[in-house]
Design a protein around this ligand. Structure first.
Ligand SMILES: Nc1nc2c(ncn2[C@@H]2O[C@H](COP(=O)(O)OP(=O)(O)O)[C@@H](O)[C@H]2O)c(=O)[nH]1
Ligand SMILES: [Mg+2]
Length: 401
C-alpha cells in the first residue's frame, strides 16, 4: 500500500488485517507494525464437492468462503519528491522492492494536501495524487535501474540477445522482477534485439516505465468515498484514468467498523459481502444503528466497502492468480491426517503441476512422477497447466516428510 499521509492507509491496513471471526489457532498475526496478513476471498471447493465442511490450515473457510492469506505492507508517507529523498524518502522506496502489486490509497474527498496535511474536504484535487505518486514510483524505479547503467549496458553489447535478457533479468531480480516481466517490457518498449549500450535516455526511461507497469502494477484505492464530495472526484477520475487504471471506490473506515461489529457479534458480515445483517437490534444504540444505516446505503451504491474488492482485484485480476488445493489423498480430498482441503495455494495462472510441486517442497518437485487431479480422477504430468479450483495430489519418488 502506498500513498500520501492521511489518506487512510493505516485504516485500510487495520481493516484488511482484522479477522472478523473468532478462530482457535492463529498463525495469522501481524508480522511487523506495517506488515500484516490480509486475505483474498473465493468460494471454497468443499461445497462444490458436496462435502459438509473442510479443515483449512493455511487459510480460513467461513460459511463456504475461502479466505487465503496475502502479505500486506503499509509503506507509509510517500510524498511528492520522495524519489529525491524528500520526506521519509528512500527507506520507504526500498520497501517497495518486495511488492508484486501496489495499492495506491487516494483521499478522494480531497481532504489531504500535497504534503499529507489534513485540509477541508474538496480543497485538494485527488487526481493530482494519482499522477504524482505514480510519477514518484516511476522515478524511483528509474533511479535504481539507471545506477551504473552506462558501464553495465556496454557489457551487454557483446552478448547474444538471450544472454542480454538473462543478464538484465538478473540485474533487476532484487526488485522482485521476473524474467517474463523483462521480456514483456522489452517487447512493449520495442527494444527487442537492440543494443542496450546504445539506448538513449528516453529509451531507458521507456523500458523502465514499462517494466514498472508490468512488474509493479498500481491499483487505485479511491478511499473516503463516504464523504459526499468524493463522488464528483471519482467520476472525474474514472473519466480521466478509467481506461487504463483499475479504480476501486472504497471506505476503509466503514470496512473497519463492519469488521469490528462482526467480531463483536453485533452484525453478520464477511469481508467482501455486499451487505450485512444486524444480529440483535436491541444490543445497538441509536447512534450505532444510524451509522450502520449509512454504511448500508454506501454498500448498496458501491456493492461493498471496497476493501476486499481492492485486494481481490489485485490478486485475481491484476496478478491473474488462481487457487489450487494440494491434497495427499485424492479420493478423500485430505492431507495424511484426514484434514479436508487443508491448503489453498495462490499461484499464477500458467503454473504447472511440476512447478507447484516445487512450491510445496523442493523434494516433492525433484522426485515428481505424476499428479492426480482429484475431482476428475485423472493422471497428469509435470507440464500440466493448473486450472483455478484444481484439487491435486502430487506423486513423488521422494517422500515428503
Ligand atoms: N471519511 C473517511 N475517513 C477516513 C477513511 N479512512 C481513513 N479516514 C480518516 O483519515 C485520517 C487518516 O487515516 P489514516 O488511516 O491514519 O491515514 P494514513 O496516514 O494514510 O495511514 C483519519 O482521521 C481516518 O479516520 C475513510 O474511508 N473515510
Ligand atoms: Mg498511517
Amino acid at each position: 500500500m502506498i500513498g500520501k499521509t492521511n489518506v487512510g492507509k493505516s485504516t485500510f491496513f487495520q481493516a484488511a488485517t482484522l479477522i472478523p471471526v473468532k478462530i482457535e489457532n492463529r498463525p495469522f498475526v501481524t508480522i511487523e507494525p506495517n506488515i500484516g496478513i490480509a486475505y483474498v476471498r473465493k468460494p471454497c471447493a468443499h461445497p462444490v464437492l458436496g462435502l459438509p465442511q473442510c479443515n483449512p490450515k493455511n487459510s480460513l473457510c467461513i460459511k463456504g468462503i475461502r479466505f487465503i492469506p496475502v502479505k500486506l505492507m503499509d509503506v507509509a508517507g510517500l510524498v511528492k519528491g520522495a524519489h529525491k529523498g524528500r520526506g521519509l524518502g528512500n527507506k520507504f522506496m526500498d520497501d517497495l522492492r518486495q511488492a508484486d502489486v501496489l495499492l495506491h490509497v487516494v483521499d478522494m474527498a480531497g481532504s489531504t494536501d500535497e504534503d499529507g496535511h489534513p485540509v477541508r474536504p474538496g480543497t485538494h484535487d485527488p487526481l493530482e495524487d494519482i499522477e504524482s505518486i505514480e510519477f514518484e514510483v516511476n522515478e524511483w524505479f528509474y533511479s535504481i535501474i539507471s545506477r551504473g547503467w552506462v558501464k553495465f549496458s556496454r557489457s551487454l553489447d557483446t552478448m547474444p540477445w538471450d544472454k542480454v535478457v538473462d543478464t538484465l533479468a538478473k540485474r533487476v531480480s532484487g526488485l522482485s522482477i521476473r524474467k517474463e516481466h523483462v521480456i514483456r517490457a522489452l517487447k512493449e518498449a520495442r527494444l527487442e534485439n537492440t543494443k542496450p549500450g546504445s539506448w538513449r535516455e528516453e529509451e531507458l526511461k521507456l523500458f523502465t516505465r514499462k517494466l514498472r507497469e508490468i512488474s509493479k502494477p498500481i491499483i487505485i484505492v479511491a478511499n473516503k468515498m463516504d464523504v459526499s464530495i468524493a463522488e464528483d472526484n471519482l467520476k472525474r477520475a474514472i473519466k480521466k484514468f478509467g481506461n487504463n487504471k483499475i479504480i476501486v471506490p472504497t471506505s476503509a473506515i466503514f470496512e473497519l467498523a463492519l469488521r469490528k461489529a462482526a467480531k463483536s457479534n453485533l452484525i453478520e458480515y464477511l469481508p467482501g459481502d455486499s451487505s450485512f445483517s444486524i444480529v440483535n437490534e436491541s444490543k445497538l444504540n441509536k447512534k450505532q444503528l444510524a451509522a450502520l444505516e449509512k454504511i448500508s446505503e454506501f454498500m448498496k451504491k458501491y456493492g461493498g466497502t471496497g476493501v476486499q474488492q481492492a485486494l481481490n482485484k489485485a490478486i485475481f485480476d491484476v496478478l491473474s492468480m488462481i487457487v489450487v488445493y494440494p491434497v495427499e489423498n485424492a479420493n478423500k480430498f485430505t492431507d495424511s491426517q484426514g484434514n479436508v482441503l487443508p491448503d489453498a495455494y495462490l499461484v499464477r495462472s500458467g503454473t504447472t503441476a511440476g512447478e507447484l510441486a516445487y512450491m510445496i517442497h523442493t523434494d516433492l518437485g525433484k522426485g515428481f512422477l505424476y499428479a492426480i487431479l482429484a475431482k476428475e480422477s485423472k493422471k497428469v504430468g509435470a507440464s500440466y497447466v493448473l486450472k483455478d479450483g484444481d484439487i491435486i495430489k502430487i506423486v513423488s519418488a521422494t517422500a515428503r516428510h
